[in-house]
Ligand binder design. Sequence first.
Ligand code: MG
Length: 282
Amino acid sequence: MSSWPIGVFASVDAGLGVHLDVAKELGIPTVQVHSPHAATRTKEAATQFLGQCQAAGITITCVFGGFEGESYADIPTTVRTVGLVPASTRAARAQEMKEISDFTKLLGCGAVGMHIGFVPSDRKSEDYLALLHTTRDLLDHVAKNGQNLHLETGQETAEHLLEFIHDVDRANLFINFDPANMILYGTGNPIEALKKIGHLVRSVHCKDAKWAAESIRGQEWGSEVALGEGDVGMETYLQTLKAIGYQGPLTIEREIAHDRERQRKDIGTAAALLQKLRAQIL
Ligand code: MG
């Protein structure tokens, strides 16, 4: 595959992604997929979905896990409900993530992705050490499936994400970089973050957002907007991806599943913008 194939975040029956037919219509050659619900994570479903992708000339580049009970309603709710960090659901979700890794193998894909949650800041705390233990165990399972795990950015600063990955100490842990999330969560300038963690970035989201007002940043969401209309700076973003040597897909994410028409239109516009910038920069 040549450098920077365009991609889109797609869903089968769960998550906020577009349906595969949108990628097909727009001629987009790669997708990241939100894992389907447990009942549809079967061999038959995998064979069928893979067949649809192959017929449309679409490669699956990463499968994202998500869990019942997660809510991104506001930042405090996200802290409480998302990923492997909440202790009460940690073991069950780690087990489910292993099953998602197994399903991903059926799709012939070598990467799974997830939001791990808000990693505790105290590296000596019991919660942090328990999270390390669970993450290592999950990574060992993922490795047996011949896969890497990509952590979605946003909930941690670049520095803390690096510390966590260092502490986990497994060779198959990498980063899915989402510049808009750094803005939405208020965790740091995305371009500066990308320069710091670039050596670990194995997949990216092309998503845009506007900062929340400074007085509420980190406590209330910034706002997600169509690609090119936010504060990321798409040209600088792609130039920085080039500078760190990133060659993987540029996966468009537009999280407005409540407005499918607008989602489809914005993804078409985003694909055109990325194609134009890719031609200028590569
Ligand atoms: Mg993302």
